[in-house]
Structures are given as structure tokens and as C-alpha cells.
Design a protein around this ligand. Structure first.
Ligand code: C2E
Ligand code: MG
Ligand code: MG
Ligand code: MG
Length: 280
């Protein structure tokens, strides 16, 4: 009967939920070990000038290869790290490694390059002094503060938590730049943009995917870029995969682009190779 097939469907669903749950627990345990063993790595994705296609920044993106699970996406393990109290350790590892690698680039003469580093809301929510962690790491490797960008998502920027607001204001005072990541993908309103004095707006891939396809999305993207410019913010478009998308975004006034059109995130040695090929 229909009833029994329905029961069957629920059974399968339960099994899937349980499997997901077990995978999360296994990943949590493995991630804990990987963090202690310093088994994570950091790759860097070039961010290029939309006009000249010269590299101006790199975004630090954490990478994890597990013997059993293979490459696990940060989209999967960052939320696990946040939920199970591992994000501070992970964030500290990425910050330290990124500053070390940026220091190396600067020593090689690529002093115009900035690094952009993602920070999760849970790293701000606690009373951890984010400002001290960041300033110590950049001082240790003699990096000018204005060559470091901290990427936060809207949920961080819009938090009413006073630690978060204090930390963001103090970070800005040190000269570090603040970028608003994945803008317009969650609950957001344009008024937030005016209230939060971020330096850089990152337009999410979901917009870039549609600019050449969907007229209304394209109008919204154009308007966002316009507004950001008027607010003296820089705009970076993410997930640019074709020259047509790049040309369109550049014509809209977008300053920088990042995406597979130019390069995915690569190890630091490949970053150096990419920079050495540029004629300046
Ligand atoms: P995000 O900060 O928005 O980073 C951009 C993501 O888009 C990266 O995915 C990047 O590899 C991907 N991407 C860039 N260009 C293209 C493209 O042209 N096509 C496609 N299909 N994808 C592109 P990734 O590395 O898997 O990271 C996913 C998310 O995980 C990041 O999104 C960020 O929210 C988080 N994440 C990564 N590393 C860190 C980290 O060190 N700390 C924290 N807190 N979060 C991180
Ligand atoms: Mg980011
Ligand atoms: Mg993003
Ligand atoms: Mg994202």
C-alpha cells in the first residue's frame, strides 16, 4: 500500500541522516588530529586587476587531505570546526601560515601583494582578542598592516555582539582592511552596507554565474558595484570562469576578479611562479 512505501521512504531518510551524522563525527575526530599534526595546508587564489589582469592579491584557502576521506572541502569541514570548537585553532593555523608565506613573497620583492584571510564568526564571538592575534602575526613576519585583508561574511558584520563590533573597529584602526564576503547570499539589506564601514565588497559567484544570462541579476550586480564605488569600497567578483564574465564585470566598474578563468587556489610555490611570469 501507499502507507508502507511511505514508511520505507522515511526509513531510507533516517539512514541517510544517520550516515551524515556519523560522517560529521568521524570528520570532527580526524580534523582534531590533523590540526594537532599540522596536516592542513593553505593554498592561495590569485585576485587580479579587472583591467590589467595583473595579480594584486591572493585569498588564503585552507586545504585538507585525509587518508580515508580524501580531499574534504572547507565548505564541509569549516562548519564542523565551528560547531565543535576547533575553529580558533584552525583560524590561528591559517593566519600564521598565510603571514609566513606573505612575508616570503614580500622578501622576494613582491611587496605590492596583499593576502586576504577568511575569519569565521565564532572566532569573533568569544573574548579571544582577534586584534592581538592578527597584529602579532603580521608583526612577526614584518608585513605592513594594509597588505592584509580580513574576510568576514555578513553574519559576522551584522552581529550585534559587542566583541565582534569592537574587534572589527579595532582591526580597521590597525590599518588592516576588512572585506565583506559572499555579499547578498544570506539575509542582507543594502542599508547594512552603508552602516558597516568595510573596505572591500566581494560579489558572490552566484551573481557572477548569472550576469550574462539573467537581466535582473545583471542589473542588481551593476547597481551593487555602482553603490560600492560611491561608498569608496573596492569590489571583487568571485567565481569568474570566462573572459566574457570578466569583460562584463570590468565594464560595470568592478575593480578585481578572482576565479578559475585566471587560476584556482594553488600552493605558495606556484604563486611565486605566477608572479615571476608577470612583466611589470
Ligand atoms: P569563500 O571565502 O567565498 O571562497 C571562495 C570559494 O570559491 C573557494 O572555495 C574557491 O576555491 C571557490 N572558487 C573561486 N573561484 C571559483 C570558480 O571560478 N569556480 C568555482 N566553482 N569555484 C571557485 P573553497 O576553497 O572550497 O572554500 C569554500 C569556503 O570555505 C570559502 O568560501 C570560505 O567561506 C571557507 N573557507 C576556506 N578557507 C577558510 C579558512 O581558512 N578559514 C575560514 N574561516 N573559512 C574558510
Ligand atoms: Mg572568502
Ligand atoms: Mg566568497
Ligand atoms: Mg563563499
Amino acid at each position: 500500500s501507499g502507507e508502507s512505501s511511505n514508511e520505507h521512504a522515511i526509513g531510507v531518510h533516517d539512514q541517510q541522516l544517520q550516515q551524515q551524522y556519523l560522517r560529521r563525527l568521524a570528520l570532527r575526530d580526524k580534523l582534531k588530529l590533523a590540526l594537532s599534526a599540522h596536516a592542513l595546508t593553505v593554498n592561495y587564489q590569485p585576485i587580479i586587476c579587472a583591467k590589467t589582469q595583473q595579480i594584486e592579491k591572493f585569498e588564503a584557502l585552507v586545504r585538507w587531505h585525509d587518508d580515508q576521506f580524501g580531499f574534504v572541502s572547507p565548505a564541509e569541514f569549516i562548519p564542523i570546526a565551528e560547531e565543535f570548537g576547533l575553529i580558533s585553532k584552525l583560524g590561528q593555523f591559517v593566519l600564521e601560515r598565510a603571514c609566513q608565506d606573505l612575508g616570503r613573497l614580500h622578501q622576494l620583492g613582491y611587496e605590492h601583494i596583499s593576502f586576504s584571510i577568511n575569519r569565521s564568526i565564532n572566532e569573533f564571538r568569544t573574548d579571544n582578542d582577534q586584534v592581538a592575534l592578527v597584529t602579532q602575526a603580521i608583526a612577526k613576519y614584518a608585513i605592513p598592516a594594509d597588505k592584509v585583508v580580513i574576510e568576514i561574511t555578513e553574519s559576522v558584520a551584522m552581529s550585534s555582539n559587542h566583541y565582534v563590533n569592537d574587534a572589527l573597529a579595532k582591526l580597521k584602526d590597525t590599518g588592516v582592511k576588512i572585506a565583506l564576503d559572499d555579499f547578498c547570499t544570506g539575509f542582507s539589506s543594502i542599508s547594512n552596507l552603508i552602516e558597516y564601514p568595510v573596505d572591500i565588497l566581494k560579489i558572490d559567484k552566484s551573481f557572477v554565474d548569472n550576469i550574462l544570462i539573467e537581466r535582473n541579476q545583471s542589473l542588481l550586480t551593476q547597481t551593487l558595484i555602482d553603490l560600492a564605488g560611491k561608498l569608496d569600497m573596492q569590489v571583487i567578483a568571485e567565481g569568474v570562469e570566462t573572459i566574457e564574465q570578466l569583460n562584463c564585470l570590468r565594464d560595470y566598474g568592478c575593480n578585481q576578479i578572482q576565479g578559475y578563468y585566471f587560476s584556482p587556489a594553488v600552493p605558495i610555490d606556484e604563486c611565486i611562479a605566477l608572479l615571476s611570469k608577470e612583466t611589470r
